[in-house]
Design a protein around this ligand. Structure first.
Ligand code: CU
Length: 240
């Protein structure tokens, strides 16, 4: 246990900068906003390297900070990169497109959760996200496995279903990757994005089914344009 932690710490110390890891670009995560042209958000020097090692005594904060980071944590309400700007407004029950640039894969599972209690100055807790784990793809799965080899890159285009019957002026969408490569240590990459979900007369009256069926397939391919230095290749993964 102790050795594993030391091992991971050394690995993490060796990895930064040269190897970046992942970034939720659609909807734009708080840490990605500057890169994507939001001029009200300061530039982020490590926007695709929000990494945390979780232990029983130190849980990873929900939006990519480290457990010992002083509050307000920079990626949570009140922090430097959490401006409260709503980056996307969706419709109740919508299947939304989510894009994640995996810039240096450590494998493992990718999960998305929704907290409906976003506030400008009060950070939301992991327990709020845990209320709404979101379903991905064209089947009833709440996880996507990263399948690209360790150290390589890919872009995931995912269909994610917003929960039935939920609207909010300020929700927070959370992405979590727990790296397989370092198991049993829990090395996590997390991003948060501020979104809104509007009801429509039709859907809120009827409380009806999602507006559209999710596609039965999604594609993913290696990332490009971020200077990862890995050869670009295209692959398609079908999910049915
Ligand atoms: Cu790494």
């Amino acid at each position: 246990m102790f050795l594993a932690c030391v091992f991971v710490s050394i690995l993490l110390a060796l990895m930064p900068q040269a190897h970046s890891h992942m970034l939720m670009v659609e909807p734009p995560a708080r840490n990605a906003m500057s890169r994507l042209g939001y001029s009200n958000v300061p530039p982020h020097p490590y926007d695709d390297y929000l990494v945390c090692i979780q232990t029983p005594d130190a849980r990873c904060p929900p939006c990519g900070d480290k457990p010992d980071t002083e509050k307000p944590r920079p990626h949570e309400a009140g922090g430097k990169w959490a401006t409260g700007t709503i980056v996307r407004t969706y419709t109740l029950g919508q299947t939304i497109q989510v894009q994640v640039n995996v810039t240096n894969s450590h494998g493992g599972k990718l999960r998305f959760k929704l907290c409906t209690k976003g506030r400008l100055n009060r950070p939301v807790k992991q327990s709020c996200f845990d209320e709404y784990p979101l379903t991905i793809g064209g089947r009833n799965s709440k996880v996507v496995q990263l399948t690209t080899p360790y150290g390589s890159s890919e872009v995931l285009n995912l269909s994610v279903k917003l929960p039935f019957g939920i609207t909010c002026k300020h929700c927070v969408l959370q992405m979590t990757n727990t790296a397989k490569e370092f198991e049993p240590s829990a090395v996590m990459f997390r991003n948060c994005a501020d979104i809104a979900i509007k009801g429509t007369a039709k859907t809120s009256m009827a409380g009806g089914p999602p507006l559209e069926q999710p596609p039965s397939a999604f594609d993913l391919h290696t990332r490009s344009g971020f200077g990862s230095g890995y050869e670009e290749q295209k692959q398609y993964r079908f999910y049915d």
